[in-house]
Design a protein around this ligand. Sequence first.
Ligand SMILES: [Zn+2]
Length: 188
Amino acid sequence: MKHRRVPGPNDPAPLVPPSHPALTRTARRIFTSELPDPVTGTPDYMISRMRALLALLNSPTPRLRDPRFPAGAYALAAPQCGWDWAVIVLADGDVWLDPTLTHVSSTLSEPTPEQCLSYPGRTFTTRSPASVSLTAYDEAHNLLEFDLGGLHARIALHELAHLQGLTLANPGNPRLWPPPLPSPSSPL
Ligand SMILES: [Zn+2]
């Protein structure tokens, strides 16, 4: 008989390859959808495993880090792990469930190099809105509001794009990445 071990909540989440369909699908909202599995489909399970992956990517011990991501990671969206759910975990430990953009500034940042955990080794050049506002639920179901600028706005837009099935390699929403769209600044 074949056994397949179900990864525990402390096992780092997987990073799916760039061709995975979760990277181009719209994520489902946690609080208005039926969860597919009472264990592996719960926010707690996903959050815990995403935190474990971020901890690994940002390990202070270089030899424990994934060599594909020498700079570590700011944040992770569930679709990057193959999960179609509107869950974002930030490296500082914050969690955004079902986030919604409420304001996007028309002022753009200067062109800035940007990378994505789903496209290791690639660097894109983006101009992001300089500030954004969003709402999201935390793990205790509190609805929170955020006004973010600079790097934090860039991170938020990048992760929210993942929840819409959009990535630096497949940018499709001018609200998230206004023209000029992300352009690869290094070859595949
Ligand atoms: Zn990304």
